[in-house]
Every structure is written in structure tokens, then in C-alpha cells.
Design a protein around this ligand. Structure first.
Ligand SMILES: [Zn+2]
Length: 145
């Protein structure tokens, strides 16, 4: 499964463009991680995990251990920005970077409200979870400049 974003891309070392796609990463021939944002060169096939999501991907992989059982993960359930990309893809809003930026900012606003509620409730796990999502979204905002 590959989905392509015309608006999010970078330049490959071979000189061609690398559009960003949501792709499946296979780990240890057993574990499938779907919907990972990856830059792929259309000429030389070089690919690169989107830098802002790399910490979450390596974090997920590190929980699998050396001999993982066959299983499938949805990366969009681990990374808030990948989640936003999948939603935007379904709504056909992804082709417009300004729209993606606005969606990301709206989601940050919503999470900030929720963060205040979580902190007030004294639920540390919940607070930490929202804090993690906010950090993921803030990292992804950097790409819009
Ligand atoms: Zn290339």
C-alpha cells in the first residue's frame, strides 16, 4: 500500500525529487508497520524515513525485541502526525501544505486543551501521553517552515 503526497518532498542526492509516501516497513521479516511516512526517490529507489517520525519508529521497533512474532502495527496509532496524515489522505486535504499546516495547528490547540484537563485530573499517564503527542506534532510543524 502506497499513498503519495505531491506537496511533501525533498531532493535526493541523485538530483531527482523524493515524494513522501505512507509505506509499510517490514522488520525482521515478521513485523509489518503500516503507514510510515517515508521519502522515496522515483529514480534510484533510495528511501528515507521522515526524520521527524524516526524517534517514534525506532521506539516502536525497540519494544519488539530480537525475536518478534508475526504481527502488524499501524504507525498512525503511534505517531500523532502520521495519524493526521492518514486522516487528511481520506479527506483529500493532503495536497495542500497550507491546509496540512492548519490541520496540524488545530490538532495542537485541541491537545493543549486536553493537556490542561489531564494535568488538572492528576492522571500522570494521561498527561504523559498527551505530552508525547504534542511533541510529535510540534516536530512535524518544522517542515512547513
Ligand atoms: Zn535518487
Amino acid at each position: 500500500m502506497e499513498k503519495e503526497w505531491g506537496s511533501l518532498h525533498k531532493r535526493c542526492s541523485c538530483g531527482d525529487v523524493m515524494p513522501m509516501k505512507l509505506r509499510t516497513v517490514i522488520y525482521s521479516n515478521k513485523v509489518e508497520i503500516d503507514n510510515v511516512p517515508i521519502y522515496s526517490c522515483t529514480s534510484c529507489n533510495r528511501s528515507e524515513v521522515f526524520p521527524e517520525v524516526k524517534p517514534d519508529l525506532t521506539g516502536l521497533i525497540s519494544t519488539l525485541g530480537a525475536f518478534p512474532v508475526k504481527q502488524t502495527y499501524l504507525f498512525n496509532e503511534w505517531n500523532e502526525w502520521a495519524k493526521l496524515l492518514v486522516e487528511a489522505y481520506h479527506d483529500q486535504k493532503h495536497s495542500d501544505p497550507a491546509m496540512m499546516r492548519r490541520l496540524t495547528e488545530e490538532r495542537i490547540d485541541m491537545l493543549l486543551d486536553l493537556f490542561a484537563v489531564a494535568q488538572a485530573s492528576g492522571d500522570e499517564d494521561w498527561t504523559a501521553d498527551i505530552h508525547k503527542r504534542l511533541a510529535q506534532l510540534s516536530r512535524s510543524l518544522l517542515q512547513y517552515g
